[in-house]
Design a protein around this ligand. Structure first.
Ligand code: OGA
Ligand code: MN
Length: 189
């Protein structure tokens, strides 16, 4: 995965987590979103606004007090240490949320971080969708700076996508069924 990240700026890894953790996370995602989710906003702090023409997902932050969420976060902590050790990225923290897209919901092309901001350095998206079929759509489309398509990634169960946040505009296409994921960001501060 780290080699892919170095060579192409992003990596797609299947069977990323132990199967039992992947399975448990599906239930936890549904439950936590049911209990605590809100419409996702755009921008930060004062600029934060909910704009359904840009994104239509519901999110809730992972709470380490939940055992299954804590196991996911422990895995990401290992990944953070490995990235720092092998790539000297100086990643300091990780933030993540459960995400649900209702059928038809999308997230228009955006960046997770802007050059120079060096806020979110590495983005992760982990998918929780068993039996996802090509006809279910809902792909993550990864673009280059010049807007050519680099890759179209289906949100397959237990698949992890990781990419350099400043390098790739990306978008989430509408799906025909509910689409669950955990989106996260390694930050420099
Ligand atoms: C995001 C995002 C991609 C996906 O939440 O910022 O781009 O495939 N998610 O869910
Ligand atoms: Mn994004």
């Amino acid at each position: 995965m780290i080699q892919q990240l170095v060579e192409q700026g992003y990596a797609v890894v299947d069977a990323a987590l132990p199967a039992d953790l992947a399975q448990a996370l599906i239930g936890t995602a549904r439950q936590q979103i049911e209990l605590r989710a809100h419409a996702a906003g755009i921008g930060r702090q004062t600029a934060h606004a909910v704009d359904a023409t840009v994104r239509q997902d519901s999110i809730c932050w992972l709470e380490p007090s939940d055992k299954t969420s804590a196991e996911f976060l422990a895995f990401m902590e290992q990944l953070r240490l490995q990235l720092n050790e092998q790539l000297y990225l100086g990643l300091f923290s990780y933030e993540s949320h459960f995400v649900r897209y209702a059928p038809g919901a999308f997230y228009r092309k955006h960046r997770d971080s802007f050059r120079g901001a060096r806020n979110r350095l590495v983005s992760t998206v982990y998918y929780l969708n068993p039996h996802w079929q090509p006809a279910d759509a809902g792909e993550l489309v990864i673009y280059r700076d010049d807007d050519t398509v680099v890759d179209k990634v289906s949100p397959l169960h237990n698949r992890l996508v990781i990419f350099l946040s400043e390098e790739f505009p990306h978008e989430v296409l509408p799906a025909t069924r509910e689409r669950y994921s955990i989106a996260g960001w390694f930050r420099q501060a």
